[in-house]
Design a protein around this ligand. Sequence first.
Ligand SMILES: *Cc1c(COP(=O)(O)O)cnc(C)c1O
Length: 459
Amino acid sequence: MKRIYFPEPFRIKSVEPLAILTREEREQKIAEAGYNVFSLRSRDVYIDLLTDSGTGAMSSSQWAGVMMGDESYAGADCYYAVQKSAGRIFGFPYLQIVHQGRAAEKVLLPILLEGKKYAIANMHFDTTRAHVELAGARAIDCVVPEALDTLSPYDFKGNMDVARLERYIADMGASNIGVVIMTVTNNSAGGQPVSVENIHATRDLCHRHGIKFMIDAARYAENAYFIKQREPAYRNATIPEIVRAMFEGADCFTMSAKKDAIVNMGGLIGCRDKAVFELVKQRTISFEGFVTYGGMSGRDIEALARGLEEGVDENYLRYRIGQMEYLAARLEEAGIPFQRPVGGHAVFVDAKKMLPHIPYYEFPAQALAIELYREAGIRACDIGSYMLGNDPDTGKQLEAEFEFTRLAIPRRVYTQSHLDVIADALINISERASEIRGYRIVEEPPILRHFTARLAPLG
Ligand SMILES: *Cc1c(COP(=O)(O)O)cnc(C)c1O
């Protein structure tokens, strides 16, 4: 029997035309961009897989909500709409909207980390790590070892290593740890899910030691869908029931609504402690805006209220994860190596295995990203040594654990034909893999160089 991977639970009402450049034009554009995909103009890209953040397509209901958005400075209707939908989905008594995920981190983390030395997470997302460090604490990752083996078929590669966390608590002293963070899904490990069992074990361990437990909730719905597929105790639960189980007893959460709430801008903070919430509100007013708009326009708030509900629809999630599974199955069939099982928002192609002749200091994952643009106008990005950068002390290029070329899939944007173009382009490249050359950097800023550096192909 043929598997139907992702019956799309929508049809298309409005389309956005895309330019299709010739190979010669693409060669010229990527050379002009200094072989840096961040310097390409989006109009010169055919399939944009740079990120799944804020790039989703809104529904007709969300667009109707945009027109209904209440732009009042205080007490707008859309504010109450978000309180209602988010309250129902997450089961938290206190909720604060902010303009995006890192704004939630900027408001909440200094409150939790005041006078503390450490934050521990399954894995910190990079902006989360930055806000932990800006608050004067150190960010420590504590993911299960299975996450680091791309071939291991483990179901919950996003999980916290609870035994190691227990040792950290004993070594560091519970009173020095401001917060333990669970990122769902675990973005930096490749969009890998975390089980409810692991969330609860981590939460209970924290609470036995009087440590606050926080969820970084950007991909709450995709995580819930994986739980339904893979955690037997939840096989018959609905997605909203699973989300409630994930968030049960957590002290607080931060959320980038640009992911699973399918809006182009937005964020959310949840807490259970009234005293913490009072501080959250004060800091929101200084950094973001009055509490009922939190740095957003009313129309975006109304779209968020509706997107939160659409994000937990099971038919939508089957289609969403089905897209990843379809693309992964096509790559598997062609023998193209990637992090498996495939995650919730992206396919991470293993460029180290695909281009074994290119050493880390000639950036194999960046070389593959450039090749994808040349081949079919696809924009992916390097998650490897090129992104990692140089050792700040010696100035020498660091070697990353993985050389991944990440294909992040925007929500509700691309069709199965687009996915086939991606798979076919990778297959074409793999057939001439040995001819592909690495790159050297000709110009780079001292920090976060991957966004602006210029490169040149090696002969
Ligand atoms: C995107 C993301 C953030 C930051 O959110 P922004 O909306 O980009 O500011 C934080 N944590 C995780 C896990 C994310 O994926």
